[in-house]
Design a protein around this ligand. Structure first.
Ligand code: FAD
Length: 497
């Protein structure tokens, strides 16, 4: 038997290469209720994952044994009964430990990424190991895969077109671009929803967030439709406003493909190849295509590699010694309790959809958590549970490293946090807010602006030596109201801003 995990759902997981099943090998899928009992997931995420698994089982028909069990171990015993089982390399340390400990299970190569982890390890070791640069890695992947290359040179003669891709948002409330693909639910979705209702009624499983109509693909066919719609109608405008935020248009030109990639419904290679083909056919400009390719072949791939390269202890890194617990208004996604327009808007997006794009994650949610000094492991867990695309491998580097600087700079060269001025420049979220981005103290002091200075102040010794933030750290001594900022921020505690 070959066991398919719930994030191994596309055809590329069934290829007959190393670790894959033979053409007629019977397949096994296990739905474990304990997974949902252990952690309080966003309901839309639970719905998406179960819907995708059950849709895949329906497609595979008689070839698959679909087991609903309490735990994976129990499901495996019931279905395989001691027969040998193969499985592809799972995507988390916990799952890898489990499959390695189970009798009769052979673990094969991973799928769904561009570079084998052993090749990455050789590359990283050759680059000093400790302080790797995503940009170097990205160039290497482009060369290795011949992505957006003209001979030996990058297409357009530049590796990085970010200077064309950092535009503030347009003045309109929404981006004039064709709406993203949204799936239509079917009877499998209804069945999943009834099961989730029952689990909640039975009292052992609790969810957070709202579960509206399913917004993300659950099948390969739906994911391909989403990819096609993006490449044909939305890729061209992806680049310029990639970092911008609009209150009334949370998606803008983002692809919404992360959950499909992470469920294994899409292969990253096909996504970047289609984007490149659109550029070569003159249907999308290079800055947008390069920006998109960078996200997938650069960032997504890098994050996967670092998860394994940095090792399991990385998740416990806490260089800034942040230990505060997440407050209830945050864990309950109680956006209505928040006055700050940006945070209220973004938290409501998480509550209602389980998704926001990368800048709200980094510069609104993550930045607030960092400024408040919340425990990075708890922040990682929160992101993992509340986002439809959240999995251990992708959350640990993105949150511990990228967003919370808990690794002291192994992944990024500076902490990603800012005052309200950044949010104001890159969004329309400050308009009509009770707070003013320029105010550090007083009734209308922007919590991000005050929080930024208080954060720098708390960590000034560590950050003074960091070239990228040394200037604002030096500025601290020129702030006449620094004491007031300190007092105000202490008084704010973990109340909703
Ligand atoms: P687009 O903006 O259209 O980008 C295209 C694709 O690039 C995405 O679909 C995704 O597959 C990939 N990508 C881009 N950046 C990253 C990255 N840093 N890590 C992994 N993939 C990336 N992405 C996840 O897939 N799962 C997560 O749990 C996740 N957590 C994040 C937490 C934080 C604090 C931050 C800052 C980023 C996180 N990201 C995560 C990355 C990124 O925010 C999402 O991939 C993206 O917002 C998904 O929307 P999209 O598909 O429209 O992406």
């Amino acid at each position: 038997m070959h066991w398919l995990f719930g994030d191994q759902l596309g055809p590329h997981f069934l290829g007959p290469d190393e670790g894959g099943p033979g053409r007629d090998t019977p397949l096994l899928m296990i739905e474990s209720r304990a997974v949902f009992r252990r952690r309080r997931f966003h309901r839309a995420k639970a719905h998406l994952v179960l819907s995708a698994m059950r849709h895949r089982a329906a497609e595979l028909g008689d070839r698959v044994t679909y087991v609903r069990a309490d735990t994976y171990r129990e499901g495996l015993e019931r279905a395989a009964g001691g027969r040998p089982v193969t499985v592809r390399h799972p995507t988390s340390y916990a799952a890898l430990r489990l499959v390695r400990a189970l009798p009769g299970v052979t673990v094969g190569a991973a799928r769904g990424f561009l570079v084998p982890t052993a090749r990455f390890a050789r590359w990283a070791d050759g680059h000093g190991g400790k302080r790797l640069r995503q940009e170097d890695f990205y160039h290497w992947v482009r060369r290795e895969h011949g992505l957006l290359m003209d001979g030996d040179a990058p297409a357009g003669d530049h590796w990085n077109l970010d200077h064309d891709n950092r535009e503030p948002p347009p003045h309109d409330p929404t981006l004039e671009v064709k709406a993203p693909y949204r799936p239509r639910e079917d009877e499998i979705d209804d069945e999943v929803r009834r099961d989730l209702d029952r689990w909640e009624r039975e009292g052992d499983v609790r969810f957070v967030g709202r579960d509206g109509p399913r917004r993300f693909p659950a099948t390969r066919a739906e994911a391909l439709r989403a990819l096609r719609r993006f490449v044909e109608h939305r890729l061209a405008t992806f680049g310029p406003y990639e970092d911008a935020m609009l209150a009334a248009d949370p998606v803008m030109s983002h692809s919404l493909l992360s959950s499909s990639l992470n469920l294994g419904l899409l292969d990253p290679a096909e996504c970047v190849e289609r984007a490149e083909a659109a550029w070569r056919a003159g249907r999308a400009p290079l800055n947008s295509v390069e920006g998109f390719v960078r996200q997938i072949a650069g960032w997504r791939e890098y994050v996967w590699q670092l998860y394994w390269y940095f090792g399991e202890e990385y998740r416990r890194f806490n260089e800034l010694r942040h230990t505060a617990a997440l407050p209830e208004w945050w864990t309950e996604l109680d956006a209505d309790a928040v006055r700050a327009n940006c945070l209220r808007t973004v938290l409501a997006q998480v509550r209602d959809t389980g998704w926001t794009h990368h800048i709200p994650r980094l510069m609104v949610l993550g930045s607030h958590a960092l400024q408040r000094g919340w425990d990075p492991a708890a922040v990682t867990d929160w992101f993992h549970r509340c986002f439809v695309d959240g999995y251990d491998w992708v959350m640990v580097p993105n949150v511990v490293g990228m967003s919370q600087y808990a690794d002291g700079g192994r992944m990024t060269t500076k902490p990603y946090t800012s005052g309200g001025a950044y949010v104001h420049r890159m969004s329309d979220l400050c308009g009509g807010c009770d707070y003013r981005p320029g105010d550090r103290t007083g009734d209308r002091a922007c919590p991000y602006t005050a929080g930024y200075w208080a954060f720098l102040d708390r960590h000034r010794e560590r950050l003074a030596g960091n070239q990228r933030v040394a200037r604002p750290v030096r500025q601290l001594d020129r702030l006449a109201d620094l004491d007031d900022v300190r007092k105000q921020e202490r008084a704010r505690g973990d109340a909703p801003p």
